[in-house]
Structure formats: structure tokens, C-alpha cells
Write a protein that binds this ligand. Structure first.
Ligand code: G3H
Ligand code: 13P
Ligand code: ZN
Length: 285
């Protein structure tokens, strides 16, 4: 079926109290793993392209593959720009057929982030493309963050309310203690903050850095308003594990299809697992 926009997927998720998985895609095998899992689980799905993915594969390839996968798929799929860096990039992605974009102005002062995000919303909504904004900084697990830095980087609930009202974004990525990459210990999520944001903001909230977040924390966050959950690192790890297993099994094997084929199966397994955890499996009526 044709690409759907993220807003429509998250509307159903909010109505029925589950979250939709958003999975980062960098090549054909990852994309096929995501779509195959979605079809197997009967789940709506968000395929997303990061800055790294666009640099690695090229926007043309990512967009063409994403559109093809969605069109051939039996489940609704969105193609989303992850952590968009500029209005120019947002426009390029819309021109390439993306059905949803994120504009990440979280490193900017509040007013600049809000003004640019509002501009993105005006452009994207004119062509029925949904927009995710970000307020508060979601760091990498490699970033050395002190307690006082951590407080400063987390999303302020009152600011979130003003940001959403001013910009008109469709969903908001919040910083509540998650980080991109593999966690060194157990992530410490600020649920009180998330609950407060959920009370003040009536649009779907987005959890970035969800790889490695314990299942209980994911299940606790969903009823507080988290409706889109981003997974990249867990897929990368399944990919590498799959390659290593295939080479261990047949150390002299030199057919990339056998090696990448096994990696694709490992990735499909982890994506399916996440879909069941997020509650988006068996949601297609
Ligand atoms: O947002 C962070 C994602 O894990 C993507 O990272 O730009 O290296 O693909 P990347
Ligand atoms: P992880 O690194 O935890 O998979 O997070 C991915 C992400 O948030 C992409 O935007
Ligand atoms: Zn992210």
C-alpha cells in the first residue's frame, strides 16, 4: 500500500494505548527485515532514515527502497526522516516522497528551535507530511553527562506545552533519561517528568534511544503518552551477530547472500520482538 504518514499511525496508537516502532534503516537487508517483521506481526511500522543512513546509502536509494517496501507491503508503513538537520533537508526529503519528517532543533535555544520547527510544520503540513519536533537534548551513551548537565538536558514540561502550542508539531521527542547507542549500565528514566509532560501535552510523545531500555520501563512509559519508539542500536547488534554466526558456521563461506541472509533473519527476530513489546503487533484490521 502507499506510504502513510506517522500522524495517522500515532493517532490509532493513542486511541488504543500502544506505541508504534520506528526502526532505522541503512541498507536493503535491514529494510527487508523491518518489513518482513511488520508483515509477520501484522503491525503498522515506521521506517526511518538517519543522517548517517542518508550519508551512507544516499537519499535517492533510501527513499526509493523505502517507498518500494511500503508499496509491496501488506501493512501500513511510513517513511520518516530521523533527526533532520535543516529546512533544506526536510524539503529534499519531502520531494523524495517521505511521508513524515523530524526536525531536530534541540541543540538550539528554545526560541530558535520553536521558530524553525514552526516553519517546518507550515511547509510539511501543506503537503500532508507529519512533523516530529524535539525539545530537551537526547545525548549519546558515549557522552559523559554529569548529574547537573543531565537535569539541564531533560525536557521541561512547561516548555514542552508552549513548544507544542506554538509550533503545531504532530509529535514530540522528549528527553527523559534515554540516550542513543548501547548503555553502559541501566538507563535511569525520569517517569515523573514524563507523566507531567503527558498531562500538559496532548500530542503523541516519542522515545529515542530505546535500544537497551528494560521492557518494564517501556511498558510503563507507553500509558504515559509514548506512542513512537525508536530502535537502531539493537538492529545493528543483531546484524553483526548474524554475520559472526554465519561465518562461525561456515568459516570458508564466501557467498555474501548466505552471510547477509542470516543477519537479516536475526534482525527480523529483534524487530518482531520489539513490535510485540510495544503492543503494535496484530493492530491491522
Ligand atoms: O539517531 C541516532 C541513530 O542511532 C542514527 O545514527 O546517524 O549514525 O545512523 P546514525
Ligand atoms: P538507539 O540507539 O537506542 O537504538 O536509538 C535510536 C534512535 O533514537 C534513533 O533516532
Ligand atoms: Zn534519535
Amino acid at each position: 500500500m502507499p506510504l502513510v504518514n506517522v500522524k495517522d499511525l500515532l493517532f490509532d496508537a493513542a486511541k488504543n494505548n500502544y506505541a508504534v516502532g520506528a526502526f532505522n534503516c541503512n541498507n536493503m537487508e535491514i529494510l527487508q527485515a523491518i518489513i518482513r517483521a511488520a508483515e509477520e506481526e501484522d503491525a503498522p511500522v515506521i521506517i526511518q532514515a538517519s543522517q548517517g543512513a542518508i550519508k551512507y546509502a544516499g537519499l535517492d536509494y533510501i527513499a526509493s527502497m523505502g517507498k518500494l517496501a511500503a508499496e509491496k507491503s501488506s501493512v501500513p508503513a511510513a517513511l520518516h526522516l530521523d533527526h533532520g538537520t535543516s529546512i533544506e533537508q526536510v524539503i529534499q526529503c519531502i520531494r523524495h516522497g517521505f511521508s513524515s519528517v523530524m526536525f531536530d532543533g534541540s541543540s538550539l535555544p528554545f526560541d530558535d528551535n520553536a521558530a524553525l520547527t514552526k516553519e517546518v510544520v507550515e511547509i510539511a503540513h501543506a503537503v500532508d507530511v507529519s512533523v516530529e519536533g524535539e525539545l530537551g537534548r537526547i545525548c549519546g551513551t558515549e557522552d559523559d553527562i554529569s548529574v547537573c548537565d543531565r537535569d539541564a538536558s531533560l525536557t521541561d514540561p512547561g516548555e514542552a506545552k508552549s513548544f507544542v502550542e506554538f509550533t503545531g508539531v504532530d509529535s514530540l521527542a522528549v528527553s527523559i533519561g534515554t540516550a542513543h547507542g548501547r548503555y553502559k549500565g541501566t538507563p535511569d528514566l525520569d517517569f515523573e517528568r514524563l507523566e507531567r509532560i503527558g498531562e500538559l501535552v496532548d500530542i503523541p510523545l516519542v522515545m529515542h534511544g530505546a535500544s537497551g531500555v528494560p521492557s518494564e520501563d517501556i511498558c510503563r512509559a507507553i500509558p504515559m503518552g509514548i506512542r513512537k519508539i525508536n530502535i537502531d542500536t539493537d538492529i545493528r547488534e543483531a546484524f553483526v551477530t548474524g554475520i559472526m554466526e554465519a561465518l562461525e558456521e561456515d568459516p570458508h563461506g564466501r557467498d555474501p547472500r548466505n552471510i547477509l541472509g542470516h543477519a537479516r533473519e536475526k534482525m527480523q527476530e529483534i524487530v518482531g520482538e520489539k513490535m510485540r513489546l510495544f503492543g503494535c503487533a496484530h493492530r491491522i484490521r
